[in-house]
Design a protein around this ligand. Structure first.
Ligand code: KG4
Ligand code: ZN
Length: 368
């Protein structure tokens, strides 16, 4: 019997407002660890940010304020439950755009206080880390590639809240690279899905693009050289086929780098695990990309790892993953005080981040 099997069942309202999605969900985690998503409501603000070509923090925070109560009501209604049926409230407390984070976290605190429920202040990255567990029977431990708009890291995940960073980006996150390159190709925000669509049928070998950090043996990522090269190539394009081929070449280059670094991490991880529990998981918005999934599936198979990716609806930001992260913590007796702070930066592996920060003041880069 696994240790989690004796833990109490949980029914948790999750709230997510760290970027440009206002989301609420109700997730039930049974005493035996079985997971059921009772509702998952995601209200995208894409239309409000699109005219600006990216997320405008003030617009995002205001949109969250205007809709969080309605979205939470809808999540409860779709689950057929009221606050009295819940065992806890989980809200993203960072990392992310702090104005938005404060909206969801404050709403969560108010609900917890009013209903006498425990609050879990969830790290958004821990949410992504558990997202594959929403729809698959995926036990701990596993090796995780977390690739989103703000984050690009490889993590050894031993259990709830036990993450060790094996590598991270030294400049842009993979999703950020997709978004910025898409912009130079004249594609609308958000660029990742638009670039994937443009790349369909394109010749991925046509444009040679630089490979990053070739001299290094670690698991770190870099996308700035690729971004510069793609921007230069984009200026010289004339036909629709040129644009399609460049999109395909960029997508292939990003997928290749993700697979190469994951391969390196798998070798190190397999050594640590002494060949047992070889599970590889990808999560975050970029995990929605079919070319990326394909390369990672191949990489995992080549090293004898199982491969799990969340369904597309749980790759991008959602509140079901936040509710599950909260439920897993509550089951272990973990909760947070009502003065838990909203944190713009909040690395999952605090020790690694302190030793080798991806964020030096004054420099732009990944959020954590
Ligand atoms: O996880 P997510 O919704 O938000 C963050 O926590 O950042 O990820 C959003 C990112 C954006 O950069 C978006 O362009 C990228 O994920 N993305 C994709 C695809 N769908 C979303 N990138 C490439 N291909 C896609 N299909
Ligand atoms: Zn995210």
């Amino acid at each position: 019997m696994s240790p989690t099997q004796t833990l109490p069942g949980q029914t948790v309202l999750g709230l997510e407002t760290s970027c440009d999605e206002t989301a609420a969900a109700v997730v039930r985690r049974a005493a035996d660890g079985g997971v059921e998503v009772l509702s998952s409501v995601v209200a995208s603000q894409i239309a409000q940010h699109a005219p600006y070509g990216g997320v405008v923090p003030e617009i995002a925070a205001r949109a969250h304020v205007e809709s969080i109560d309605l979205i939470a009501e809808r999540a409860l209604a779709e689950a057929g439950l009221g606050y009295g049926d819940l065992t806890g409230v989980a809200a993203t407390a960072g990392p992310g755009l702090v104005g938005g984070v404060m909206v969801g976290l404050s709403f969560g605190k108010a609900a917890a206080l009013a209903r006498g429920l425990p609050l879990v202040a969830v790290n958004h990255l821990e949410g992504h880390a558990v997202s594959a567990r929403l729809a698959a029977d995926l036990p701990y431990p596993f090796l995780l590639l977390l690739v989103s708009g703000g984050h690009c890291q490889l993590l050894s995940v031993a259990g709830v809240g036990a993450c060790r960073r094996l590598g991270s980006t030294i400049d842009d996150a993979a999703g950020e690279a997709f978004d910025k390159i898409a912009k130079t190709l004249g594609l609308p925000y958000p660029g990742g899905p638009a670039l994937e669509q443009l790349a369909q049928g394109g010749e991925a070998e046509r444009f040679p693009l630089p490979r990053a950090l070739l001299g290094r043996k670690d698991c770190d990522f870099s996308f700035s050289g690729l971004k510069t090269a793609a921007a230069r190539l984009a200026e010289g394009l004339s036909t629709a086929a040129d644009r399609r081929d460049l999109a395909a070449s960029v997508q292939a280059a990003i997928a290749r780098q993700l697979a190469e670094r994951s391969d390196r991490a798998m070798v190190a991880y397999a050594r640590e695990q002494e060949g047992r529990n070889l599970r590889f998981v990808v999560a975050g918005g970029v995990a929605a990309n079919a070319a990326v999934r394909e390369r990672l599936t191949e990489a995992a198979a080549a090293r004898g790892f199982s491969f799990t990716a969340p369904p597309l609806r749980y790759c991008t930001d959602n509140a079901a993953m936040i509710a599950l992260a909260g439920a897993e913590r509550l089951a272990l007796g973990m909760s947070d005080p009502l003065d838990a702070p909203a944190r713009p930066r909040w690395p999952l592996d605090a020790a690694a981040a302190a030793h080798n920060p991806t964020h030096v003041p004054g420099r732009k880069g990944a959020k954590a």
